[in-house]
Write a protein that binds this ligand. Structure first.
Ligand SMILES: [Zn+2]
Length: 509
């Protein structure tokens, strides 16, 4: 069969049969759960050891490497990628794309570099299961090549130095998203090396321009090259393995995300001499409007995913928080519960409602001139299904000032349908994550941030978000901040988990 030429490596003398391929994958999967893997460097604060063996190690011949060696190798790729400065803007992802393509090529794969705009490219590679692709079954592994900029003066190490120190890999992108890129690459290459028989195509994709969602982003990539990565299922960033009090509390598996939009607040009044101020000063009217908006809470609305998230989380929290989580949607205590839960965590607050964050102010040209105009930017995060026009109407009522006008910017994200919580892929990820992270529950997660997955969901892909590394709040805060870092042990664990997810979902057993 044709597919074996892609999926199974041919030896010089013989081509492996289907049975041999299946046996090899089984052995490989078995090994992935064997005590050999427990030797991988995955113990660390909050990181459970790999699965204990659930059957004796007998039939499976030892496979050279295992994920410990693979994680070592992948750590090398991660460090190399951190050293390539892909700060966006301007991005400049082409060299990183070339690097990833070279890693894939070395494995005998045939990656393709997809240029989106000059100097900005994505990389795609495919492991085939059949001669004729069935996109509705294909599994897509997605991560992005670009990173947010870093202010070197605020870091304790060079953000683009690829420094490994005190058990951590430091660098911009260590978590977001080069860590996941390296883990995806490892899982994809492990599948190729296992010569496994696949039940679906597996596609590796590294995208550009995720952080600004501009002209080189997956939106444009999909317009130009959709056929190269059309898939039924995808795994991407978006969800996390949350550590609390030194152990994994839960796995948040992203199946939906909020939608970003921006509003400009414009106050206009007469310009004039600062020595004779009047009450119709545009700066004052803008400041009053922004202050009202900053103190405003949009109404709470429960989406299906958020409801299930809080139901799952309540038993894991302390008694007080647990009590209020359980009361969130009750007629008598709901309102108070919503206030308590919103005050307890900015993440929970943002999961429950549309949020509006003033982010930029702009007014004035000289110290002694009252300007005729003052502007502010509001970054809005909408619950899926909510519309920006409703928010504008509510804010207009709140501000209620004829000198102030709200204008919606045209760069809003697109609302995508949720991914299903009922299909095989969701179940596979949840089962493996819970098993591998010490029995911590996997909860459906609606991220307050945006990812490439919304574009995939708009193309009918069942996309799920899970950065497979166990992370504490402290780690997560560094993500777009200073001294971003990823524990070596967490990275190795993530490589192991991602490898198992991909092998179990795409391999024939
Ligand atoms: Zn990211």
């Amino acid at each position: 069969m044709n597919h074996r030429t892609e999926v199974c490596r041919k030896s010089a003398r013989t081509r492996r049969t289907v049975t041999e391929c299946v046996a090899a994958l089984c052995a490989w999967l078995f090994l992935a759960a064997s005590p050999l893997f427990a030797q991988s460097p995955v113990s660390g604060p909050g990181i459970p050891p790999n699965t204990p063996p659930n059957r004796p190690l007998t039939a499976a011949p030892p496979q050279p490497g295992g994920t410990a060696a693979l994680a070592q190798e992948a750590q090398g790729w991660l460090i190399d990628l951190i050293k390539m400065n892909t700060s966006n803007p301007p991005g400049g992802e082409a060299p990183a794309a070339k690097y990833v393509a070279a890693v894939l090529q070395k494995e005998g794969l045939t990656p393709e570099i997809l240029e989106v705009t000059p100097g900005r490219s994505a990389v795609v590679a495919r492991l085939r299961s059949t001669a004729v692709a069935d996109p509705s079954k294909a599994l897509l592994l997605v991560a992005h090549l670009d990173v947010v900029p870093a202010d070197k003066t605020r870091w304790s190490v060079d953000p683009f130095g690829g420094v490994v120190k005190d058990g951590y890999i430091y660098g911009r992108g260590a978590i977001d998203d080069k860590g996941m890129l390296a883990a995806n690459l490892a899982a994809f290459i492990a599948l190729k090396r296992s010569a496994a028989h696949l039940n679906r195509d597996v596609i590796f994709l590294a995208t550009a321009d995720e952080e600004t969602g501009g002209d080189a982003s997956i939106r444009v990539l999909a317009l130009k090259y959709w056929d190269r990565f059309a898939a039924g299922f995808a795994i991407n960033e978006g969800g996390n393995v949350f550590i609390k009090n030194g152990k994994v509390q839960y796995i948040g598996l992203q199946a939906s995300e909020k939608v970003s939009a921006n509003i400009t607040v414009i106050a206009r009044g007469p310009a004039g001499h600062a020595s004779q101020p009047t009450k119709d000063n545009a700066v004052v009217h803008l400041a009053t409007a922004v202050s009202k908006i900053g103190n405003y809470n949009a109404p709470v609305r429960f989406t299906t995913i958020v409801r299930r998230y809080f139901e799952g989380l309540a038993p894991l929290e302390d008694d007080e928080i647990s009590k209020w989580m359980r009361s969130l949607d009750t007629p008598d205590r709901g309102e108070h519960a919503q206030r308590v839960i919103s005050d307890a965590s900015p993440l929970w607050n943002s999961m429950l409602r549309d949020t509006i964050a003033p982010t930029m102010l702009n007014a004035g040209t000289a110290r002694n001139v009252i300007p005729g105009e003052a502007r502010a930017n509001l970054n809005v995060r909408l619950l899926p299904g909510d519309t920006i026009n409703t928010v504008v109407d509510d804010l207009n009522k709140l501000v209620s000032d004829p000198m102030v006008r709200l204008e919606v910017l045209s760069n809003a994200g697109l609302a995508a349908p949720d991914s299903s919580l009922e299909n095989d892929f969701y179940a596979t990820i949840a089962r493996i994550a819970t098993r591998e992270f010490g029995g911590a529950p996997t909860l459906p997660f609606q991220s307050t941030w945006a990812t490439d997955s919304s574009q995939l969901r708009l193309h009918n892909v069942q996309a799920y978000g899970l950065v497979p590394f166990p992370l504490s709040d402290e780690d997560l805060k560094r993500m777009h901040g200073d001294d971003e870092r990823l524990a070596v042990a967490a990275f190795a664990k993530g490589v192991d988990v991602m490898t198992k997810i991909v092998a179990e979902f795409a391999g024939t057993r």
